[in-house]
Design a protein around this ligand. Sequence first.
Ligand SMILES: Cc1cc2nc3c(=O)[nH]c(=O)nc-3n(C[C@H](O)[C@H](O)[C@H](O)COP(=O)(O)OP(=O)(O)OC[C@H]3O[C@@H](n4cnc5c(N)ncnc54)[C@H](O)[C@@H]3O)c2cc1C
Length: 407
Amino acid sequence: MALRIVVIVGASMAGGRAAETLRAEGFDGRIVLVGAEPDRPYERPPLSKELLRGELPSERVFLRPAEFYAEQQIETRYGIRAIGLDPDARVVELESGERIGYDALLIATGASPRRLQVPGTELEGIYYLRTLRDAERLRAALQAASRVVVVGAGFIGAEVAASARQMGLEVVLLEALAAPLLRVLGADVGHYYAQFHREQGVDVRLNAPVAGFRGQGRVEAVVLGDDQEVPCDLAVVGVGVVPEVAWLAGSGVALDNGVLADEWCRTNRPGVYAAGDVANWWHPRLGERLRVEHYDNAQNQGVAAARSILGRGEPYAPVPFFWSDQYDLTLQYVGHASHWDTTCRRGRPEDRSFIIFYLHQGRIRAALGVNRFKDVSAARRLIEAGVVVEPERLADESVELRRLLPR
Ligand SMILES: Cc1cc2nc3c(=O)[nH]c(=O)nc-3n(C[C@H](O)[C@H](O)[C@H](O)COP(=O)(O)OP(=O)(O)OC[C@H]3O[C@@H](n4cnc5c(N)ncnc54)[C@H](O)[C@@H]3O)c2cc1C
């Protein structure tokens, strides 16, 4: 089938990068970029960091200047949600009533914050953070508050807690599990992070699931499982995200923890592709499915999907990467380890500079560095090369990591 019209649903990192890649690769047909948010594509990482603290103006987060999309003849539909898909007729239906036919469709609808299902969530002063507008509202609320409770010590919660503390607020950080980031990084790293936050004056409470919110119209306290109350001026909830797939109900596009896709970003329906936070794709080198909720993947998979649509793709098999900034600590994680049998550490948390390696059957699956930039890039190369190495050598600072690479 001739490729004349590409429709991209989701105008953020994956969708935005895909649209610009199509043009950069010489596609001269029609591109329609549909996004539920009122804004053109922008980067979310500053929303919990510099932008939230008021150190970066909103105009600085956009991927491209406003005129870029018209110049590139990318048609945009901002502030409009796609509400249905008919893959047999190859038509996307928008809430405005418009129906757009496509030859290829990219699903890049990302993810949205998981909502807490407890009593009191209707009260004012409870915030979730995903969009630029969310961040602007939360920034104003933090500027007017003195005590905030953050529910959830995952990356978003921990970054918001750090930013609020840097803004001079009293911060209580609640985590339902025994350590922050436990599932992704393991207990040791979680405990270091709890410690780092405590050193900055955050009141970190672990094993503290939230049972509800209390207040007269507005939140005044977060109620814990043991009925204890933590008073606050506002609460921020960061308890994970869920992929945005409701609009695909009944379309026949295969769904399971997101949109199922192969290593070419193709779904089970002809001409329909998926990329970014919404895609649960087959990683050929890892031999398992991944749904990654991070910037680097959204960007690179958006590019990969565009190339695949043009018939110029390659199997998408990256070494995954993400980072998180909290205070003066930059955490970088490279690789993927859903399970591991050994960990070892180079450097000391007390020095605020260390890297932990996660190994399985002698091979490095992933590494997490804190203020350890060179070692993280060496770790990426070791992971890519599939090096088998003794943990003692990884831990030994006198052994240069790059010397462990095969010649
Ligand atoms: C506050 C914050 C901080 C972050 N910090 C980091 C960081 O430090 N490091 C890192 O690696 N990652 C970070 N991330 C994660 C990173 O931003 C995401 O992985 C990335 O934004 C995913 O891009 P995406 O395009 O796949 O999806 P999204 O960014 O979720 O975009 C999807 C878009 O699709 C739109 N949409 C949804 N449904 C529809 C529909 N039916 N019709 C039309 N449009 C629709 C949405 O409104 C949204 O604009 C952060 C995320 C947040 C929220």
